[in-house]
Design a protein. Sequence first.
Length: 245
Amino acid sequence: MKKRRVLSILFSLTLVAGLFSGVASAEEEKESPKAVVKETILSSVEKNESLKVTIQQLSDGTQRRIFSGSGNAADNPVRLDIKVNSENNTYNVIRTDLSNDPKYQKTIELFAPLWNKQIKLLTKDPANWDIVYTKALLYWYSQNGYPAYSTGGSATWAVKNSPLKTNWYVDLEQSWRNDRQDGTAVGQAAYGSFHNYDFGDHNKGTWVTHNVYVWGENNAGFDYDAIQDITGEGELLLWSTIEIY
């Protein structure tokens, strides 16, 4: 009887260990990064364009577009409509000043500045309609010669019944503080993931993820990265817009 009980206990422990091992393996597989198979830094059609655009091809077939730029908290709000030409490795940017649009106007505090910047990454369909976006918001200020974090946040959105009769869905939204380790900037990060099944073939899906980062520096300057991953049916048909305000 004791021998059976011991064997039963050992079997139970082995089963539990196997379950935990399976969970751990699943977590490791889920969190493992996708390998970059190819990376290309695109050339701007306009010689004076300061935006940096990098295209990465990932091991699972995803195309990643990385848009990097910088500015000052006092800069006018602007929209960047970005057209990527993967065949000749170039990109073109149409810049639109948003200063006269009430949605983007804000007050600059000159004597006790609390700076703020919002970086919104939008994915657009071939007809130039917004389908999804992710936004990172950062408020920061200067304290004893160093940048100080005030607050931050995020927002996501997906279109329903677009003019092309498509419906997109938000799968996940996350935001977190993301300071530079060397103390030169405080930062905010935002993540959004989306999917669609009626972009074309209803048996095929299209998936989009956004990672948006903004860092505020002591002199009211800021840097940003806006990263867009696209996988699935509409990969080559979707394009990108960034609003900075």
